[in-house]
Design a binder for this molecule. Structure first.
Ligand SMILES: [Zn+2]
Length: 321
């Protein structure tokens, strides 16, 4: 995309080759569900079905779903959960994720997708992997503190330093998450200490603390010019608490301005995910209506945010021409 062709942008979505995610993740979801429902069916066939349902390695289903809602560009967010869930499978190594994303971007050679490289900073070679990813394929880096580390822990510093050196950005999971992940590591206050230690870091707080720490996320983002909020996850409350979601968005725009609030869907695509599409459309429409009430041009705001986040990648691409 370029400035002359502004469009709706999804700053946070997913498509996968299921081999990139540990099966322990789906096993935990099934066990949690069975404990609630009393269902005692064997877990493995259900896990296999869940993985088949999210099989979209080429991004074709994701792209069709997003374009169906008028979205013209998408940031695919990678995940590195092998270490946290104690699965050493070679397919879970971050380099495999990078190979996959490189292929995804080549398949969509019109530039529909940008990519954030998922890395667990506790990997011994995390900083080198991040440097390599940002030099080759990724526009940004995703970290996932609920996998068991604090975002202000020293273990993250070398990753942040590589991101700053590349003028790229970090997107990080905030807000709710459940076992086997650690909810406490989804809190937003520790990012104040990240900002103070790394004032040059471009930081995106994914999910903006939903649903517990929305007001705190706005405060954390307010003072630091390079911290932005991405608001996917709030859409899960559209059905039961639309006023709460509207109030949150209006307050975020009021406090932060239009460019520091990023639209996201957190859509996970796949052949078995079509039941999520009506909510996706509703979220796109709700966001648009709420923004127009606040006098905000979301397309213009997204274009400015996009330029800000991907400035280094554009420079890199230009140097290759
Ligand atoms: Zn996500």
């Amino acid at each position: 995309m370029d400035e002359a062709d502004p469009m709706k942008i999804d700053f946070h979505c997913h498509c996968f080759d299921p081999a990139l995610l540990p099966a322990a993740y789906q096993q935990a979801l099934v066990r949690g569900h069975q404990a609630r429902t009393g269902n005692t069916k064997p877990i493995e066939p259900i896990v296999d079905r869940m993985r088949a349902n999210m099989n979209d390695p080429d991004g074709a289903v994701l792209r069709q779903s997003l374009e169906g809602c008028g979205i013209g560009h998408a940031f695919v967010i990678g995940l590195d959960w092998g270490l946290a869930l104690d699965d050493p499978a070679p397919s879970l190594h971050p380099l495999k994720q990078l190979e996959w994303a490189t292929r995804l971007k080549a398949l969509h050679s019109d530039g529909f997708f940008s990519f954030a490289f998922g890395i667990d900073p506790r990997r011994a070679d995390a900083a080198e992997l991040v440097k390599h990813a940002l030099e080759t394929c990724a526009e940004g880096v995703k970290i996932y503190p609920p996998a068991g580390f604090r975002p202000d822990d020293e273990v993250c510093d070398s990753v942040y330093e590589q991101v700053i050196a590349a003028d790229a950005y970090v997107i990080t999971h905030t807000g709710r998450q459940s076992y086997p992940f650690d909810l406490e590591k989804g809190r937003v206050e520790p990012y104040a200490s990240v900002q103070r230690r790394h004032p040059e870091l471009k930081l995106v707080l994914a999910h903006a603390g939903v649903p517990f720490w929305g007001a705190e996320a706005i405060e954390v983002a307010k003072g630091h010019p390079k911290t932005m909020l991405e608001v996917s996850g709030w859409h899960k409350f559209l059905e039961n608490e639309p006023d709460r979601v509207r109030d949150f968005l209006l307050r975020a725009w009021q406090e932060l301005g239009p460019y520091k609030v990023l639209f996201g869907t957190d859509l996970v695509s796949g052949p078995g995910m079509s039941s999520r599409l009506p909510l996706l459309q509703r979220w796109v429409d709700f966001y648009e209506e709420t923004a127009s009430r606040a006098g905000i041009d979301t397309v213009k705001a997204a274009a400015a945010s996009f330029q800000n986040l991907t400035v280094a990648a554009s420079r890199r691409a230009a140097s290759l021409v």
